[in-house]
Each structure stands twice: as structure tokens, then as C-alpha cells.
Design a protein around this ligand. Structure first.
Ligand SMILES: *[C@@H]1O[C@H](CO)[C@@H](O)[C@H](O)[C@H]1NC(C)=O
Ligand SMILES: *[C@@H]1O[C@H](CO)[C@@H](O)[C@H](O)[C@H]1NC(C)=O
Length: 274
């Protein structure tokens, strides 16, 4: 008894220390979770795997992808976007499957000249069909610090969130005939590239290469893919719905569901069905 007791006493604290160590390690480790896929040295994993940076200069951008594929998931990443004059640059952070009938869930951050707002561009593709753009300004400067950008993807819906506030919901409307991503596993991808033909004020403002290299940073990646956890059946509660309407009312600058000129034959089904 005495022996078991004393060994338990010494064992427990070190077990707890060990567990908290692997939790912290697993949460942030870019070596473990991602592969750098392009950029010839412009993408780097730093601080023992806690930080990843992408860089863009006139010769090339850079990018990475997850080692794992996800079929549903609750995925958080903190990003600090290219500061200063980032006009013409795009930082894309998205989930995508492969093939011609691919599914995709997109965050794209369109840079701007100093002091002017980034645009957060979002889209959802199901079975190769996209054209579901919604764009937002943010309520903070996304270059001053890290902020959390999340995708919750479960069988009910896809929720895009920023610092825990839902900004967009794409509901599963299969019952109305709208394809919903649910059969194809997706990988996480991110890249920093030059898109000055369209990104900033529709392409009017070009990338100023004298400002480069342009650098975006990533940390605190966390993905929960276990369907036994709460996120798998999570729906928006009334507070989240209120926050979502607040963002959509005050920060949404483009909504495809509002663009009747673009869809003269009628708005897409998911825009009008409820
Ligand atoms: C950049 O700033 C201009 C002027 O404020 C604004 O119209 C535009 O939406 C901003 N964002 C982008 C990505 O063009
Ligand atoms: C929706 O459409 C109206 C009328 O065309 C326009 O004034 C408004 O800015 C649009 N809102 C969004 C978020 O696109």
C-alpha cells in the first residue's frame, strides 16, 4: 500500500506534465501536421514547430498543405497577415479535396495599401460548383496581431468564424437539392501569392515589389476530427446567430445571394430556400 501510494504521488504530477506537454506540442506543431509544398525556401517552420511563415517576392510565393485529410472537422488556425503595403498579395487558407468534382471551403485575404482594409473573401464549392462568394471587411487590423480563423464542417453546416464569431454559415440543404460536401476528404492548404490582376480594388492597385518580401505568419493550429465530440453535431445557438447577423449587417461587402444581376435566371437555391 505504502509503495503504491508513494509511487502514485510521484507518478501523477509527471504524468500531468507529460500530458500537458503533448497537448501543447500537438496543438502547435507544424512539423508534425504540415508539409511545405512550394516556394524554394520561402516557407519556413520556426520555433520548434510553433510558427510557420510564408513569404512572397517577385520571383515566387510559397505554400504548405496538411499531412492529414479531414472528412468533417473543427479546424482553427491563427494568422497574422502581411503588414504594411500588401496590395496585390493574396493569402489563401482553405480546405480542398481532389478531382473534377471537388469540394472546397475557402478563406482568402486580399491585401491592400497601408491603412486600407483587407478583404476577407470566402467561398464554398460542392462537387466542383462554387460561385458562392461572400466578402467581408474585418473589425480589427489583421496585420497587427494573430487572429483565429476557423472552419467548422459537420454534417449540418459549414461555419466560417473569426476569433470565435461566426461570419458565414453554409447549411446542408441537400433536401432542397443543393449538393453539400460530405463524401470527399479534404486537406488544408495555404499559400501566399501575387494576384495583382484582381485582388486589390479589382486589380487597379498593383504589388509594389520594393516593399517585399511579403510575409504572413501562422501559429496555434488545432484540428479536431473526432466525430464523438460536440462540434460534430453543433448548431448555431441564438447568441451566435445574433453575432453572425451583426457581422453580415456591418462588415459584409459582397454577397452572391444578393447579386441578382449576376444570376438573371434566379438566385441559387440555397439563397432562397430556408
Ligand atoms: C482597399 O481599400 C480600398 C479603399 O478603401 C477599398 O475600396 C477596397 O475594398 C480595399 N480592399 C481591397 C482588397 O481592395
Ligand atoms: C445588396 O444589394 C443592395 C442593392 O443592390 C446593395 O445596396 C447592398 O450593398 C448589397 N449588399 C451586399 C452585402 O452585397
Amino acid at each position: 500500500m505504502a509503495f503504491i501510494h508513494s509511487s502514485t504521488v510521484t507518478f501523477l504530477p509527471s504524468l500531468l506534465l507529460f500530458l500537458s506537454f503533448i497537448t501543447a506540442y500537438a496543438a502547435g506543431n507544424f512539423y508534425q501536421n504540415f508539409d511545405i509544398t512550394w516556394g524554394d525556401g520561402r516557407a519556413n517552420i520556426l520555433d520548434n514547430g510553433q510558427l510557420l511563415t510564408l513569404s512572397l517576392d517577385k520571383a515566387s510565393g510559397s505554400g504548405f498543405q496538411s499531412k492529414n485529410e479531414y472528412l468533417f472537422g473543427n479546424i482553427d488556425m491563427q494568422l497574422k497577415l502581411v503588414p504594411g503595403n500588401s496590395a496585390g498579395t493574396v493569402t489563401a487558407y482553405y480546405l480542398s479535396s481532389k478531382g473534377s468534382n471537388w469540394d472546397e471551403i475557402d478563406f482568402e485575404f486580399l491585401g491592400n495599401v497601408s491603412g486600407q482594409p483587407y478583404i476577407l473573401h470566402t467561398n464554398v464549392f460542392s462537387q466542383g460548383k462554387g460561385n458562392r462568394e461572400q466578402q467581408f471587411y474585418l473589425w480589427f487590423d489583421p496585420t497587427a496581431d494573430f487572429h483565429t480563423y476557423s472552419i467548422l464542417w459537420n454534417p449540418h453546416h459549414i461555419i466560417f468564424s473569426v476569433d470565435g464569431t461566426a461570419i458565414r454559415e453554409f447549411k446542408n440543404m441537400e433536401s432542397k437539392g443543393v449538393a453539400f460536401p460530405k463524401n470527399q476528404a479534404m486537406r488544408i492548404y495555404s499559400s501566399l501569392w501575387n494576384a495583382d490582376d484582381w485582388a486589390t480594388r479589382g486589380g487597379l492597385v498593383k504589388t509594389d515589389w520594393n516593399e517585399g518580401p511579403f510575409i504572413a505568419s501562422y501559429r496555434n493550429f488545432n484540428a479536431d476530427a473526432s466525430s464523438s465530440n460536440a462540434w460534430y453535431s453543433q448548431q448555431l445557438d441564438s447568441t451566435s446567430k445574433e453575432r453572425l447577423s451583426w457581422v453580415q449587417k456591418n462588415y459584409m461587402i459582397y454577397n452572391y445571394c444578393n447579386d441578382t444581376k449576376r444570376f438573371p435566371q434566379g438566385l441559387p437555391t440555397e439563397c432562397t430556400a430556408s
